[in-house]
Design a protein around this ligand. Structure first.
Ligand code: AMP
Ligand code: MG
Length: 404
């Protein structure tokens, strides 16, 4: 036991080092072609080139009448020769001295170059009187290719696809894009004491909450599905679970069994699966035991079993790593804000405290213990107090990680 303690204390690293090690070791996933509908929120892996002009032809931007400006003098009446609804195209060119009824989005008939909006006209016995003194050649017309020309770059590689971007690409007739996908994640929940919610609690058991909170946090990060494996506290079972998880997952989130007594358990099971240990102890609370390892381009985080600790470590380390794998920045904002109230600590550990940021100050919530989710449930940020800071007074500037 003494030997283990020695190894552990020798290898303890700072939060800064741990975050840096995660960032340095994480690799971006290979690009993937996905249906446009599934691309929202993902980063483009290659430039998207417009396959067509947009609009594909000169298009009316108003309901009104199309005519040729140069062939008309103010006061001159034009014969209404027909109409072009959206979705159709005039079959005959516009004759001199005539105009054509046209609707928003419809192509201009050949020979026309200007549209007068219907509100600025009068019509009598099929003759159009244009009553718009401000009309210019080309008014109310979107020229062909005015949004983008065929062959131009519509969206650049590295750009994150927004709802507007999806619409823009769909409007170009594109239905597939190359993106960096989000990683596949598997959650391994360890603990003989765990029971799934929905059944009466048996003696000595507790309900599993980690797979639930982590799954929701993954959802928040854009990962809609995660496989969940329940493993009992046995080396062979855990090792088999890791082996199974590595088949499909890019990232394995294991909870429990990483604390002092059990620590070698996760470490050994990871080792048995060819996972190289990068670190396993961090100068922080919660989450002093935190394992991070890799096997080629697959990664394993051994998160603490305590529900609040597991979720804290998710926000501090896992979320940024998942986003990095998808070529993205973390969605969690880090801010420097004044603290409401005061805080004291005697350890040389960084603390991540459940807090509430109201837009001007960060307030520490009651119930900071690592098992407490009741306070976490009301929190919208983690307040980070540095390793060497022992006291914070009201108004002192603190770093927060906003997750909501
Ligand atoms: P461990 O790291 O396995 O020693 O777990 C630390 C504490 O967290 C123990 O009280 C466990 O019962 C609890 N715990 C572990 N896993 C879970 C879980 N999935 N849901 C809720 N509590 C858990
Ligand atoms: Mg356990």
């Amino acid at each position: 036991m003494e030997k283990i303690h020695k190894v552990i204390s020798e290898n303890i690293i700072s939060v800064k080092e741990a975050k840096q090690l995660v960032e340095e070791n994480i690799t971006r996933l290979s690009p993937l072609t996905v249906p446009l509908r599934d691309a929202h929120g993902l980063v483009l892996a290659s430039d998207v080139i417009a396959p067509i002009d947009l609009p594909g032809w000169s298009q009316s931007s108003m309901d009104g009448y199309a005519f040729r400006f140069a062939n008309w003098k103010p006061g001159q009446l034009l014969r209404i020769a027909g109409e072009v609804p959206a979705g159709s195209k005039a079959t005959v060119p516009l004759a001199t001295g005539s105009a054509m009824r046209i609707f928003t989005g419809a192509p201009l008939p050949e020979g026309a170059d200007t549209v007068v909006m219907q509100e600025k006209t009068s019509v009598n016995e099929g003759l159009l009187n244009i009553l718009d003194a401000s009309l210019q050649p080309g008014s109310n017309v979107r020229p062909q290719g005015s949004e983008i020309n065929r062959g131009q770059t519509a969206l650049e590689a590295g750009q994150k696809i927004t709802p507007a971007g999806i619409g823009f690409l769909a409007g170009l007739g594109i239905n597939k894009v190359d993106v960096y996908p989000l990683p596949h994640v598997c959650i391994i929940v360890t603990g003989n004491e765990l029971q799934k919610p929905g059944e009466p609690l048996q003696a000595g058991k507790i309900y599993d909450s980690n797979s639930w909170s982590l799954q929701a946090a993954l959802n928040q990060a854009g990962i809609k599905h995660a496989e969940i494996i329940y493993a009992e506290d046995k080396l062979e079972t855990l090792s088999a679970a890791i082996n199974e998880s590595l088949e499909n997952a890019d990232v394995v989130l294991l909870t429990g069994g990483v604390s002092v007594g059990d620590y070698d358990f996760v470490s050994t099971a990871a080792e048995q699966n060819g996972i190289e240990r990068i670190f396993h102890r961090v100068k922080q609370r919660p989450g002093k035991p935190l394992f991070f390892g890799k096997k080629k381009n697959k990664f394993l985080f051994g998160l603490p079993g305590n529900p609040a600790s597991a979720l804290s470590c998710f926000y501090v380390y896992v979320e940024p790593a998942l986003k990095q794998m998808a070529g993205q920045k973390s969605s969690l904002r880090t801010l420097q804000v004044p603290l409401e109230g005061s805080f004291r600590k005697s350890t040389a550990l960084s603390h991540f405290l459940k807090g509430y940021y109201d837009g001007s100050h960060a307030k520490l919530l009651q119930g900071q213990e690592s098992f407490r989710l009741s306070s976490f449930a009301k929190a919208n940020c983690l307040i980070r107090i540095g390793e060497s800071t022992n006291e914070c007074r009201p108004g002192d500037s603190v770093e927060i990680i906003l997750f909501r």
